[in-house]
Design a protein around this ligand. Structure first.
Ligand SMILES: Cc1cc2nc3c(=O)[nH]c(=O)nc-3n(C[C@H](O)[C@H](O)[C@H](O)COP(=O)(O)OP(=O)(O)OC[C@H]3O[C@@H](n4cnc5c(N)ncnc54)[C@H](O)[C@@H]3O)c2cc1C
Length: 319
């Protein structure tokens, strides 16, 4: 594949002290498409975001490894999946944002009822693939609107299932471009979090399924999807659950009791249907989402004494 370099100069202009990035843009990098000052609003479910100094869409794991080998250690780097669990602040990301391309969307049946899936696959694609293979254990993924990379990082879960319950191992590339494999005991997964170190890029996963009757798998998926339609807003500009459920109670209950259901701040609203969701109605600033979240945290603390912990990842600079 020939080099693909797109140069899109947006607002902001060139920045002193970022010569390394300028140099990087000038180099030929097969399998890597670079965009300078990239608008990330299309990469976040909130449809509002700052810019990335450099967006790199990378086609396969060898291109990824080569790219990381050439990336200076001090260069800030973030990776985005489908952006369904992030706020990208208005100040944007001062370094490189990596998006995984087509070569990370593989789905393979393996022996012993296992599947190997690419980090760029949608969770729902993996659920449908397992269904077609008559494998149970992945039905919960059909209701989560992220990618496998995001699910691995966040230990995504629903309907009693969680990503890392199914994990045999993760495939990843580290910040220096080395290919590595991580076993579950090296990941430390717990409720909506892992100890996967910042800077590690998940590229794929080997997952364990259970042989099952295909109709049963299909029925379970349909039931989960119906439950989801009843309980959560769909087709909204949201990041899903804003806060983790604390030990004491459900986050949505605490938010409701604090009188925050429907609360509006600068175009962002606490959902009427599920008050742990924040909805971008007509905001013009990504920071307004985080501001509303902080207002909710303060009110919940004042009424219940519980300090809610953000589940949504907040990336980049405020301004
Ligand atoms: C309507 C709605 C419903 C939701 N319901 C649920 C639910 O039921 N259960 C649940 O757990 N979540 C839910 N979420 C949240 C979200 O879908 C999950 O957390 C999902 O796993 C995030 O995946 P993503 O690809 O969108 O990741 P992103 O939002 O793009 O990123 C999330 C984090 O993962 C990191 N990341 C992404 N890809 C990689 C990679 N390849 N390597 C390393 N790090 C990576 C990012 O840097 C970031 O820190 C919901 C969200 C929405 C909008």
């Amino acid at each position: 594949m020939g080099p693909k370099i797109a140069r899109t100069i947006g607002r902001g202009g060139k920045h002193r002290g970022m010569m390394d990035l300028d140099d990087m843009v000038m180099q030929d990098r097969p399998g890597v498409k670079l965009t300078e000052f990239a608008d990330l609003s299309g990469y976040s479910w909130f449809r509002l975001a700052g810019r990335a100094r450099l967006l790199a869409v990378i086609e396969d794991d060898h291109a990824l490894s080569n790219f990381l080998i050439g990336l200076p250690d001090e260069m800030p780097m973030e990776v985005l999946g489908l952006g369904s669990n992030v706020i990208i602040r208005d100040g944007g990301i001062p370094g490189v944002v990596i998006k995984l391309g087509r070569g990370f969307r593989f789905l393979e049946r393996r022996e012993a009822n296992r599947i190997r899936v690419g980090a760029g696959c949608l969770d729902a694609q993996v659920a449908r693939f397992a269904e077609a293979e008559s494998l149970a254990g992945f039905e919960f993924l059909s209701t989560i609107p992220g990618s496998i990379g995001g699910a691995a990082m966040m230990n995504a879960g629903a309907h009693g299932g969680a990503f890392h319950d199914r994990l045999v191992h993760l495939e990843a590339v580290d910040r220096h471009g080395q290919f590595i494999t991580l076993r579950p005991d090296q990941i430390g997964a717990s409720y909506r979090q892992t100890n996967i170190e910042q800077g590690l890029l998940v590229t794929g996963a080997l997952l364990q399924g259970e042989p099952a009757d295909q109709d049963e798998v299909s029925r379970r998926m349909a039931r989960f999807q119906e439950e989801r339609r009843q309980s959560q807003p769909s087709r909204e500009k949201t990041g899903g659950s804003t806060f983790k459920n604390p030990k004491e109670a459900k986050a949505w209950q605490l938010i409701d009791e604090a009188g925050c259901r429907g609360l509006l701040h600068d175009g962002v609203r606490v959902s009427q249907k599920h008050c742990n969701f924040l909805i971008n109605e007509n905001a013009t600033r990504a920071n307004a989402i985080e501001e509303l979240g902080e207002m909710v945290r303060e009110k919940v603390y004042a009424t219940s004494g519980v300090s809610l912990e953000w589940e949504i990842r907040r990336l980049g600079a405020l301004a």
